[in-house]
Design a protein around this ligand. Structure first.
Ligand code: GMT
Length: 385
């Protein structure tokens, strides 16, 4: 049965926003009425469907506010959209502040006799980094506890959530997913690659260049590999570490062979050019970028942190090393680049394992959760009345 679903997320380039947007698009394709409630148009919301809607959250600039009350405005907007669009449920991505805003909205609606459950999907930094800041912890724990259902994008994130928050409720693991058609290996009819005119090998990293991504390690790995074979580094994204990345590249003499491509929207075109994908992160609840690379048949060399071992399988889709083991990761990259058979085996393994996370395998699990949550809400309402 088609549902009317409200989705809250960050509309930016972050992984949680990307997952929420792709989920909304897929739910709309499956016939649900999807309403995004966000402060800007989600960046990947390119395709328009008649059953896909956007409701902007506008926080007015009032001289009294040193800090605009985004959470309050979001909660009010959720009440308004739920009532006028007769939403069945809210699905919020990223706990801060979306889950607490959804809680406020749900309680306001309940006081008006309207029962609308909300589902919270935890993505990682909401729990592992920001969530551990004591300034946020009580509200996050309460919002998780008060959600009608909670999901985490990996087993690792579920374990971390229980370890760091005093919550006593089931958390269902529904992993991130990938469109295996859009993300696929390079075909022979594609334009020649402009980044390696002399056939240099291509190393790729995609992220928001935050310290947690350890992009400086990427540059160090590249320097070690480049000392052995001709290669180039493609960096997609941007963020606070960019000046330090450029400085290190100049210091190591690799800057001229590094291409900064910025915040590319059709990133799948870049993935499939790469020979190896690097993700040496300090923390990674899932590692969506690694999955995107794998779907394109690109082996991954990553750290072994967080949910990465659930995505990148040692010796099957690529290699994993302890945090900061730059020499080990460079060794793994060389193994992939210098042995064509090994590179092809890992690339095929990467694409094969990515299939586990194919959209058609994962999105029905969210639909199933929606129906179960609605059924539980209805029967609770019956008991209470
Ligand atoms: O990676 C980031 O810093 C962005 C962050 C986000 O919430 O937008 O990504 C997190 O969610 C992604 C989607 O579920 C995961 O694939 C990333 O692993 C996770 N990032 C971290 O845990 C650092």
């Amino acid at each position: 049965m088609p549902l009317r679903i409200g989705i809250v997320c960050y509309p930016t380039f972050g992984g949680s926003g990307v997952v929420a947007t792709e989920l909304g698009l897929e739910l709309a394709r499956r016939g649900h009425d999807v309403h995004f409630v966000t402060y800007g148009l989600p960046v990947r919301l390119g395709t328009a469907f008649g059953n896909l809607h956007h409701h902007e959250v506008v926080v007015s600039d009032y001289p009294l506010f040193d800090y605009p009350p985004y959470e309050t405005v979001l909660a009010s907007r959720l009440v308004d959209v739920t009532l006028h669009e007769r939403l069945d449920l809210l699905h919020v991505h990223y706990a801060i502040p979306h889950a607490s805003a959804a809680f406020v909205a749900r309680e306001i609606l309940r006081a008006r006799g309207v029962r609308v459950p909300f589902i919270t999907t935890l993505h990682g930094t909401d729990i592992t980094l920001v969530g551990k800041d004591p300034a946020f912890a009580p509200v996050i724990a309460f919002a998780i506890e008060s959600s009608d259902a909670v999901t985490a994008v990996s087993e690792s994130l579920r374990t971390e959530t229980y370890a760091h928050f005093d919550v006593d409720r089931p958390i269902e693991v529904i992993p991130n997913f990938i469109d295996m058609e859009r993300y696929g290996p390079r075909t022979t009819d594609e334009l020649p690659c402009v980044f390696n005119p002399d056939g240099e090998r291509l190393l790729l990293h995609v992220s928001n260049f935050r310290p947690v991504k350890r992009v400086l390690d990427v540059v160090r790995i590249f320097a070690l590999v480049r000392a052995r074979i001709p290669c180039k580094l493609l960096l997609v994204g941007d963020g606070p570490d960019r000046p330090a990345i450029e400085a290190l590249g100049r210091e190591l003499g690799t800057h001229a062979d590094t291409h900064f491509l910025g915040k590319v929207t059709d990133v799948e075109r870049i993935y499939r050019l790469a020979d190896v994908f690097l993700l040496p992160s300090e923390a990674e609840s899932f590692g969506l970028a690694a999955l995107e690379a794998m779907a394109c048949g690109v082996p991954v060399v990553s750290s072994d942190r967080g949910g990465l071992p659930e995505v990148n399988l040692q010796g099957i889709t690529g290699f994993l090393r302890p945090l900061g083991d730059v020499e080990g990761m460079a060794h793994d990259v060389l193994r992939i680049l210098e042995d064509a058979e090994e590179g092809a085996r890992l690339g095929a393994g990467a694409r094969a394992h990515a299939r586990v996370f194919a959209t058609a395998n994962v999105v029905p699990r969210y639909e199933d959760l929606y129906h179960r949550t609605l059924a539980a809400t209805t029967s609770r309402a019956r008991v209470e009345s």
